[in-house]
Design a protein around this ligand. Structure first.
Ligand code: URA
Length: 247
């Protein structure tokens, strides 16, 4: 059976206007479906077949959106919040019309790769604990991260709530030494996503994360051309890679 959807939903989903604006435009005769002026925006349309025009311009409907955001610090991974700016507030009207949400969470102070989509199925599968989708982070850590920590993370460390983490791959990128203080720059890949996991893993070995950036999730890698706060749609290849992740 062909899928039908309300005309006003099509136009609002594509970020063209609010339901009430669309109603007004229909009354003004600015919307046609298959060359017929439509006054009732509750009309059911078949998005693949019906030709919808607004002011003579074709409206191309698509259901899903997939965005890569380079999340800045100070913004929360939620769709709405009373106090803080959310990742959705960073988007334009067009993208917001799709009602995307973040796939998983990054802490308020964490930066880097965040996937935003309205594809609940893909999101669910990427986040499923059974899938073990790897996530890679770069971090600055107060303390001298060394071989002992690599071995501990590989074996699994015990978090503050008693949970023992799955094997994680830790690489030391370099150490900055100023006087007695050492800051270690590291890369860490984990295959699960417990609350504050990276920070808590380092706490379990007596060290503190002071900067955290996610650089990849499964096959998806943060585009270095995106400044913090910027986003773009995934390419077809990137999307295909993520979809394979769920198989
Ligand atoms: N681990 C953390 O501690 N914080 C994040 O934001 C992501 C992973």
């Amino acid at each position: 059976m062909k899928k039908t959807i309300r005309l006003d939903k099509v136009l609002s989903h594509m970020g063209l206007g609010t339901r009430s604006e669309i109603k007004k435009w229909a009354k003004q005769g600015r919307i046609t479906v298959n060359d017929r002026m439509v006054k009732d925006t509750g009309l059911q349309v078949q998005t693949e077949e019906d030709i919808i025009l607004l002011d003579g311009e074709r409206v191309h409907y698509r259901e899903f959106i997939y965005l890569m955001l380079n999340k800045p610090a100070g913004v929360i991974s939620a769709t709405e919040d009373r106090y803080d700016q959310t990742v959705i507030d960073l988007l334009g009207d067009e993208e917001r019309g799709f009602e995307p949400f973040p796939v998983g969470r990054l802490d308020k102070d964490t930066v880097g790769l965040l996937l935003l989509t309205n594809d609940g199925k893909l999101s669910h599968e990427l986040l499923s604990p059974r899938k073990h989708v790897p996530k890679t982070y770069i971090a600055n850590v107060v303390g001298d991260v060394g071989e002992y920590d690599i071995t501990a993370f590989q074996a699994g460390v015990t978090l503050d709530d008693g949970y023992v983490t799955k094997p994680a791959a830790l690489t030391i990128l370099h150490h900055d030494r100023t006087g007695a203080e050492v800051i270690s720059r590291i890369q860490l890949t984990i295959i699960e996503g417990k609350f504050h996991q990276v920070k808590r893993m380092f706490e379990s070995v007596g060290k503190k994360v002071i900067y955290l950036q996610r650089i990849s999730m499964g096959t998806l890698t943060l585009d270095t051309e995106l400044a913090e706060g910027e986003y773009r749609e995934l390419t077809a290849e990137e999307l295909a890679g993520l979809k394979q992740e769920r198989e």
